[in-house]
Design a protein around this ligand. Structure first.
Ligand SMILES: [Mg+2]
Length: 257
């Protein structure tokens, strides 16, 4: 077992702001699945409703579904706006999958095919659709001098996170993507072999799921203030889930709750 403590980071919404790319890739994947009607109906510019729905997204394929939903003027998203709560979002997702006769795996593959081709054809332009959040890259580098190792645990495809980390010259100790299992599963496996110091995320529902998992209930969890959050996410956090603002993030790990 490695002795250095390990901090585990989510990727999208914590290290990288890829909002422009999420829309671009979701739109392209929709065009492949639906055809020219999607190209005509979906704007090239990032729609506000896509941006405001992003905090609900758990897996990449859901963004393709959101793009398809935006095509339909009668859809709940167009009529009512972003979902009210998780149950509402899940209901909408299931209905949309059923209406289109789609399986999540097909949507995920379409999204990843779009990304694979973008990386192969014009990596520079694809990378340019992403920006690291201010101060995060420097802070990750400084963990090393504190004797803290850090890793990435994302629902993105591992290869795409690796491309972006490489472009930023960041070398996490470990990198896990959606191929490796759910976040609670991976954290449990990690905890069997490493001393985990914390898990840092911007999706509150994921932190709550981790916190409810036997064997992870005492793992310090942090919700970042700069990620893709819903307005109410920061309020009433459970014990053990801490609010992480840039100032605390910049401070030595020893001073974190
Ligand atoms: Mg995230």
């Amino acid at each position: 077992m490695s002795n250095s403590p390990l901090l585990v980071f989510d990727f999208d919404g914590v290290i990288i702001d890829g909002m422009e790319e999420y829309w671009w890739a979701a739109r392209q994947a929709s065009i492949r699945l639906i055809g020219p009607a999607a190209e005509a109906a979906l704007p090239v510019e990032l729609p506000a409703l896509f941006r405001s729905s992003r905090p609900w997204v758990h897996h990449g394929w859901e963004m393709v579904l959101l793009a398809a939903e935006l095509m339909d003027a009668e859809s709940p998203l167009r009529r009512l706006g972003a979902p009210q709560d998780s149950a509402d979002y899940l209901r909408r997702t299931e209905r949309l999958l059923e209406a289109r006769g789609w399986q999540p795996a097909v949507l995920q593959e379409a999204l990843e095919q779009v990304r694979r081709e973008a990386v192969a054809k014009d990596r520079t332009s694809w990378l340019a659709l992403h920006r690291p959040f201010p101060g995060v890259v420097d802070r990750l580098r400084r963990f090393q001098s504190e004797g803290v190792a850090w890793s990435v645990l994302t629902t993105k495809g591992r290869a795409f996170a690796a491309e972006l980390l490489d472009a930023l010259d960041l070398q996490p100790a470990l990198l896990h993507g959606h191929e490796d299992g759910s976040k609670p599963e991976v954290l449990l496996q990690l905890r069997a072999v490493r001393r985990l110091r914390g898990f840092i995320e911007d999706r509150r529902a994921t932190l709550e799921a981790v916190h409810r998992t036997p064997g992870l209930d005492d793992l310090p969890c942090y919700l970042v203030s700069w990620g893709y959050l819903k307005p109410q996410d920061r309020h009433g956090l459970p014990d053990g889930v801490h609010w992480l603002e840039p100032e605390l993030f910049a401070s030595p790990l020893a001073s974190w709750p």
